[in-house]
Design a protein around this ligand. Structure first.
Ligand SMILES: NC(=O)c1ccc[n+]([C@@H]2O[C@H](COP(=O)([O-])OP(=O)(O)OC[C@H]3O[C@@H](n4cnc5c(N)ncnc54)[C@H](OP(=O)(O)O)[C@@H]3O)[C@@H](O)[C@H]2O)c1
Length: 249
């Protein structure tokens, strides 16, 4: 992908990795649009990212996604990169807990259904551009589940699978498909996790460099080792990921 001159929409761009991605893309000469649910967090993000344009949207709601699409493509008819970054994470134990169906539904919706619906909405727009990209932010847990977060881990594995199929189906179009796979990262999502964490700014820099270098699967930090271990010694990889921690991304 080109380094500058892109117009990018980042879901979940108000904090954490999404906010850091917004900073890097803007710094490198790209126009950035971001959405999230919390309006104040988006206002705060604008104060630290020059030129950031924001829209309040819950990506799990069909009407919100439609409104986001109308706003983004009207505001930025040359929009050429969609970054599906928004996600939530819930710890849950199916052996002990009575788990609310709404908790499961929202995690499934935000983490896997919503990005797929957004891709369907935005694909015609992206295909009209000379060069475009879809970026899925998944996780180290796409390869090996963390049993404390079973639904989250499953959504990341599902998004990894879907992203591979999407890349194959779009191979003869102008739309490139990238996947960013961070290890544990020092954001609100990983609060309480006792593990070495990469900084969100480091994730954003490395993800940006990977996209510019056209690396389809961008495995960051510990994700590289986890990837190889999961292929060569899956049981060992499972033990390694589940050795400790309370929550993980
Ligand atoms: N942190 C980690 O350890 C880690 C590791 C690997 C991968 N990841 C992945 O990296 C991505 C970013 O995670 P993060 O750590 O930066 O999380 P974060 O700090 O919790 O930020 C999540 C962002 O998504 C937004 N969001 C959540 N639900 C949304 C919804 N329904 N509609 C619109 N926006 C929504 C949040 O804003 P609102 O709450 O205001 O909506 C926020 O801007 C996720 O895909 C995550 O799975 C994280």
């Amino acid at each position: 992908m080109k380094r500058s001159g892109n117009t990018v929409l980042i879901t979940g761009g108000s904090k954490g990795i999404g906010l850091e991605l917004a900073k890097v893309f803007v710094r490198e000469g790209n126009r950035v649009l971001a959405c999230a649910r919390n309006a104040q967090a988006l206002e705060d993000a604008k104060k630290v990212v020059p030129g950031l344009e924001t829209f309040v949207c819950d990506v799990s709601k069909d009407t919100d996604r439609q409104a986001l699409f109308e706003w983004a493509t009207t505001t930025a008819p040359d929009l050429n990169i969609l970054i599906n970054n928004a996600a939530i994470l819930n710890a849950m134990n199916f052996a002990d807990d009575a788990i609310a169906s709404t908790t499961i539904e929202s995690e499934l919706s935000i983490n896997i259904a919503s990005p797929i619906h957004l891709i369907v909405l935005f694909l015609p727009q992206l295909r009209r551009q000379p060069l475009a990209a879809i970026v899925s932010v998944t996780s180290i847990l796409a390869y090996v589940p963390f049993t404390v977060t079973p639904v989250y881990s499953a959504t990341k594995a599902a998004m990894h699978s879907y992203t591979q199929s999407l890349r194959h189906q779009l191979k003869d179009t102008p739309v490139k498909v990238f996947e960013v796979m961070p290890p544990p990262v020092d954001t609100a999502m990983a609060d309480g996790l006792e593990a070495p964490k990469m900084s969100p700014s480091d994730v954003a820099e490395r993800a940006f460099n990977g996209i510019v270098a056209d690396r389809a699967e961008i495995r960051l930090g510990l994700t590289k080792a986890s990837y190889y271990m999961s292929r060569i010694a899956p049981a060992l990889a499972f033990r390694f990921i589940n050795a400790k921690g309370e929550k993980a991304g």
